[in-house]
Design a protein around this ligand. Structure first.
Ligand SMILES: Cc1ncc(COP(=O)(O)O)c(C=O)c1O
Length: 425
C-alpha cells in the first residue's frame, strides 16, 4: 500500500519547499464533502480545495458535463477556433453581472490571471496606470497580483522589486482598530502624498477578504469607494475569486454592499474543481482593449466551460444561495456556543456573510488578542480527528469554514463536533 509518509518523502525530494501543503496526507479519492487519503482514511472536507468546491467534489452534474465535452473536443484555443461553451458561459456570466447595463466576459484559467486582467483592462480603458489595493488582501502570486497582495510574508519578501504604481490602503477591520474613516483618511493621504487621483486606473478590493481572514468590507466603506471612484474617473474592481458563486449567500459578495463594481474578477468555485476564471465587466470598459491584447492558450478551456455551465445550473437547481444562508446560521449558532463554553479554548469574532464563516483563536476569552499558534494547533488536532480545516488571517489566527454548500446537515454537524472536540482544553 502507498503510505502518506512514503509519498511525503518523495515530495520532499521532488517538489520545492516554496510550494507548501497544509495537510501531511495524500488524496486518493473524494466525493462531495468527504475525501479519502491513500491509506484509506476518511476526512470531512471543510476546505473545499480553498473555496473551489461550493458545489462539492465531483458533483455528478459537473462530471457528466465534463465527460460529454471530453467526447467532443478538449482544446482548440479560443483564439484559433472558437466554440459555443465559451460564448454560452460568457452570456451566463453577463446575465449574472452585479452591475446594470451591458456586460462582456473574458475567460481565463486562474484567479491571479483574472485579477491581473481586470487591471490590464482598467488601464486600457482609463489610460492610467496606478492601482490601489488593501492591506491583508490577497490577489495572487504573479508579478502584478503579488504586488497587489497586502501581505509581505510569505508572498512578497523574496521577490522584489514589486510592480510599480501599486498602493495599499488599510482595510477597515474594527477589531484591528481600523475604522472606515481611518481607511478613507489614508486614501486622502495617498492622493496628497503619492499619486494624483487622475493617475489611478482602479481600486481593487475583495468585498469579503479571503486569505486576509474573511473580513467583509463594511457597506459604508464600499459606498464611499464607489463615490470616490465616480468623482475621479477611477474604476472599481471587485475581486470575487474567493467570495463568489453563492459562498456569501449571494452570487457575489459585492451584492451585500449596495454598490455596483465596474469589473469583477472570478475563478475558484465557478469551475467546481476544474480550472476556469473570468473577468466580467461593463461592456464600454471591456471593449477598450485591442484585439489580441487579452486571452491565453488555455483561457476558457472547453472543459472548464462545460464544468462552469453545470456549476451555474447546480447553484440554481439546488438553491445554493439559500442553502449558504442556512448553513451559515447553523455554523454561527454552534460557534457562539463554543465561544461561551469555559471548557473550550477561547474563540471570538465569529463573522461572515452566508456560509463564508470564520472565527478567531484568541489569547483570552473576550479579548481581541490573536493567537496564530492556537489556530495552527487547532487545524492539526482537527486533522487528527478526521477534518480538513484551514486557517488564514493576518496573524494566522482565523479559522475559516469552506465546506461545500452541497454538504448534508449530518456531515456539517459531524465536522462541527470535531471542531468542538479539537477546541477542548
Ligand atoms: C481573492 C483572491 N484573488 C485571487 C486569488 C488567486 O487565485 P489563484 O490562486 O487561482 O491564482 C485568490 C486565491 O486564493 C483569492 O482568494
Amino acid at each position: 500500500m502507498m503510505t502518506n509518509d512514503a509519498l511525503l518523502q518523495r515530495r520532499v525530494e521532488a517538489v520545492p519547499a516554496g510550494v507548501a501543503t497544509a495537510m501531511p496526507i495524500f488524496a486518493d479519492r473524494a466525493e462531495n464533502s468527504e475525501l479519502w487519503d491513500v491509506e484509506g482514511r476518511r476526512y470531512i472536507d471543510f476546505a473545499g480545495g480553498i473555496a473551489v468546491l461550493n458545489t462539492g467534489h465531483r458533483h455528478p452534474k459537473v462530471i457528466s458535463a465534463v465527460e460529454a465535452q471530453l467526447q467532443r473536443f478538449t482544446h482548440t484555443a479560443f483564439q484559433v477556433v472558437a466554440y459555443q461553451p465559451y460564448v454560452e458561459l460568457a452570456e451566463r456570466l453577463n446575465a449574472l453581472a452585479p452591475f446594470s447595463g451591458p456586460a462582456r466576459t473574458l475567460l481565463l484559467t486562474t484567479g491571479a490571471e483574472a485579477t491581473e486582467n481586470a487591471v490590464k483592462i482598467a488601464r486600457a480603458a482609463t489610460g492610467r496606470s496606478a492601482v490601489i489595493t488593501f492591506t491583508g488582501g490577497f490577489h495572487g502570486r504573479t508579478m502584478l497580483t503579488m504586488a497587489m497582495t497586502g501581505k509581505v510574508l510569505p508572498y512578497k519578501r523574496s521577490f522584489g522589486p514589486m510592480a510599480a504604481e501599486v498602493y495599499h490602503l488599510p482595510f477597515p477591520i474594527a477589531h484591528y482598530g481600523v475604522s472606515v474613516e481611518d481607511s478613507l483618511r489614508a486614501l486622502n493621504f495617498l492622493f496628497a502624498a503619492d499619486v494624483a487621483p487622475a493617475r489611478v486606473a482602479a481600486i481593487a478590493i475583495e468585498p469579503v477578504q479571503g486569505e486576509g481572514g474573511f473580513h467583509m468590507a463594511p457597506p459604508e466603506s464600499m459606498q464611499a469607494l464607489r463615490r470616490i471612484c465616480d468623482e475621479h474617473g477611477i474604476l472599481l474592481i471587485a475581486d470575487e475569486v474567493q467570495s463568489g458563486f453563492a459562498r456569501t449567500g449571494k452570487m457575489y459578495g459585492v451584492e451585500h454592499s449596495g454598490i455596483e463594481p465596474d469589473l469583477v474578477a472570478i475563478a475558484k468555485s465557478l469551475g467546481g474543481g476544474f480550472p476556469i476564471a473570468a473577468v466580467t465587466g461593463k461592456a464600454a470598459i471591456m471593449d477598450q482593449v485591442d484585439p489580441g491584447g487579452l486571452g491565453g492558450t488555455y483561457g476558457g478551456s472547453p472543459i472548464g466551460c462545460a464544468a462552469a455551465l453545470a456549476v451555474l445550473d447546480v447553484i440554481e437547481e439546488e438553491k445554493l444561495l439559500e442553502r449558504a444562508n442556512t448553513i451559515g446560521e447553523g455554523l454561527k449558532t454552534r460557534l457562539n456556543s463554543f465561544a461561551a463554553s469555559n471548557s473550550l479554548r477561547p474563540i471570538g469574532h465569529i463573522r461572515g456573510p452566508g456560509a463564508m464563516v470564520a472565527f478567531d483563536m484568541l489569547k483570552e476569552r473576550g479579548s481581541d488578542a490573536p493567537d496564530g499558534a492556537a489556530a495552527k494547533a487547532l487545524t492539526i488536532r482537527a486533522r487528527e480527528l478526521g477534518l480538513i480545516l484551514l486557517s488564514c488571517g493576518i496573524h494566522g489566527e482565523t479559522i475559516r469554514l469552506l465546506m461545500p454548500l452541497t454538504a448534508s446537515d449530518a456531515i456539517i454537524d459531524e465536522g462541527m463536533d470535531m471542531i468542538e472536540k479539537a477546541l477542548a482544553r
